[in-house]
Every structure is written in C-alpha cells, then in structure tokens.
Design a protein around this ligand. Structure first.
Ligand code: HEC
Ligand code: HEC
Length: 259
C-alpha cells in the first residue's frame, strides 16, 4: 500500500495490480486471443469481415461516431477482450442463443447495447448492413475459437455473486484506493491526447441509466470478477456491492425516455 502526498485526492492505493499490468497480455488460457491469422478455410474466406468486427468492438466510438456520438466507450470496455473473456459477458454462443439467422434476436440485442450501454443510435435494421454483418461474423469466429481451444462455455454471463446491499459511502472509500488511479477520482476515465486509455464510469461519456451495467447484480458481478483490471477476483462480494452502490449514485445520461 502506498500513500500519495495529496491525501485529499487519494487516501492510499493498492499497487499490486500494476504488476498484473506488467505481465505479458492474455496469459489466461480461458481468454480467446484477438484474431491474428486465419486458420480454417472459413477464416480465409471471411477474414476481412472478422477483422472488421474485431476493430468495431475494440474502437467503437472512434469508428462509428454516428452511432456513438457522446459515450467514449468500446464494446470491449465491458465485454473484455472484445467478447473473448468468459468472465465478462463473452460473445461465445450468441448465434445459437439468439437463433441467428432465423430470428432478428441477435441484431436486436446488439442494437440494445448501442442504445443503452453506448447511449447511442442503433445500426440500421437491415440484414445486409455491413457493420452488423461484421459484428456477427466476428462472434461466429469466436464460437469457432472456443471450440478449437476447447474452452468450456460458462452458464452465466458473469460468475455469480451473493445477493447483498451496497453502501455507497463505503464504496467511495474503496473507489479512492482501488479504482481512482485508473478511472480518475471523478470517474471520468482517462482520455489524454484524445486517446482512450481508461473508460468513464459515470457522467456524459458513460453508459446510460437503462443499460444492463446500470443494474445490480450485473455491475457488482462484473466488478467482482474483473476489476481492478487484470486483478479480478481480489475484491470481496461486499466490496463489489459497495462500489456498485457508489458508482450508481453518480449522474449519467438517462437514456431514451420513450421506449
Ligand atoms: C457499459 C457496458 C457495455 C457496453 C459498452 C456494451 N455492452 Fe453489451 N452487454 C452489457 C451487459 C451488462 C450485458 C448483459 C449481460 C447479461 O446478460 O447479464 C450485455 C449483453 C450483450 C449481448 C448479449 C449477451 C448474452 O449473454 O446474451 C451482446 C451480444 C452484446 N451485449 C453486444 C454488445 C456490442 C456489440 C457492444 C458494442 C456495440 C456492446 N455490447 C457494448 C454491457 C455492455
Ligand atoms: C489498472 C487500471 C484499472 C483499475 C485499477 C480499475 N480499472 Fe476498471 N477498467 C479498466 C480498463 C482498461 C477498462 C476497460 C477494458 C478495455 O477497454 O479493454 C475498465 C472497465 C471498467 C468498467 C466497465 C466500463 C465502464 O466504463 O463502465 C467498470 C464498471 C470498471 N472498470 C470499474 C472499476 C472499478 C469499480 C474499479 C476498482 C475496484 C476499477 N474499475 C479499477 C482499468 C482499470
């Protein structure tokens, strides 16, 4: 534990996660690495679309400013490793889950995240829309990887957490110690030189009040399993609930009123 010279800003900080940052990325065999080269014949045929789907997930607001005009988030801000991380609502099994292409369930679900999680505008409701097609191709590629790498499919989008009540003021103290270092004491993330570095947790650049992340137990489960970044699983269930209560006590865009 270390103290800063400005106790009004950060009380103290646990720096163990910086060692996590120093590790080579993606040493976790359960996480699907990003697409690097095509392996199967199907990969070869679809490679450009798969890469495009990955890029749209990894740089969403930069590449799709019409659809994400205000938030400064990527799909991968919450779907860690761009949908390849089984502890962060990964995208393996989505085509089957949403009966694609028999129903429009999957494009509809993706558009829900555009409207709520990204506080933005849905992609056009057109089966041939190139962005939607790329997202779904990339999700299909993730299915193929999970099979090739023999990664078992988890039952829940997040590992389960016990049902507790959060205390926002206790959450604020933990936030100052374990989260402010990256997300900012004001929760506005870090975007120096107009570059995404750490995402906003509340305020104008964050998800809106209708997003899944704005509800419990989704937010505490995500935090418990994945934060501090690269040190998921180190908070207690109660700490995660306190943090969620604190984060959700802060202002954020309300979302579409008529729905
Ligand atoms: C602010 C966080 C956040 C962002 C950003 C976000 N999502 Fe989500 N997404 C969620 C949450 C939370 C869920 C619900 C998980 C659950 O079922 O518990 C979800 C669910 C989904 C699902 C369904 C998962 C399932 O298991 O049924 C898909 C598909 C999806 N999101 C795609 C996207 C895409 C594509 C983007 C980018 C355009 C995106 N999301 C951006 C938080 C986010
Ligand atoms: C070492 C830096 C770091 C620390 C410390 C950290 N985070 Fe994060 N957090 C990130 C990064 C980076 C992402 C997005 C991942 C990506 O884009 O690949 C993220 C994403 C998130 C998200 C989902 C995206 C969003 O903007 O809403 C939440 C919620 C979150 N963190 C909460 C927390 C909480 C609570 C703590 C303290 C327990 C914490 N984080 C500590 C780096 C950090």
């Amino acid at each position: 534990m270390a103290r800063t010279s400005n106790p009004a800003r950060f009380v103290s900080a646990d720096f163990t996660f910086t060692f996590g940052d120093a590790l080579p990325q993606q040493t976790n065999p359960q996480v699907i690495p990003r697409p690097i080269k095509p392996v199967t014949d199907w990969d070869v045929q679809q490679w450009n679309g798969i890469l495009r789907g990955h890029a749209l997930s990894a740089r969403t607001y930069e590449l799709l400013p019409t659809n994400v005009p205000v938030a400064k988030l990527h799909c991968g801000s919450c779907h860690l490793n761009n949908g390849g991380n089984p502890t962060a609502a990964w995208w393996v099994g989505m085509l089957k889950e949403y009966n694609y292409p028999t129903t429009s369930g999957l494009p509809d679900r993706i558009n829900q995240c555009f409207e709520r999680s990204m506080n933005g505008v849905p992609l056009p409701n057109d089966p041939a829309n190139p962005e939607m097609t790329a997202f779904i191709l990339y999700m299909q590629w993730l299915d193929e990887q999970a099979q090739l790498l023999k990664i078992p499919t988890p039952k829940n989008p997040y590992p389960p957490i016990s049902s507790l009540t959060g205390d926002a003021s206790l959450g604020e103290a933990i936030f100052g110690q374990k989260c402010a270092f990256c997300h900012g004491a004001d929760g506005q993330g870090r975007y120096e030189s107009d570059t995404y570095y750490r995402p906003a947790l509340w305020g104008p650049h964050s998800f809106n009040g209708q997003a899944g992340m704005a509800t419990s137990p989704k937010l505490p489960s995500f935090v418990r399993a994945n934060m501090p970044f690269h040190s998921g699983g180190e908070l207690t269930d109660q700490e995660a609930w306190n943090l969620a209560a604190f984060i959700l006590s802060k202002p954020r865009p309300p979302g579409k009123v008529t729905r």
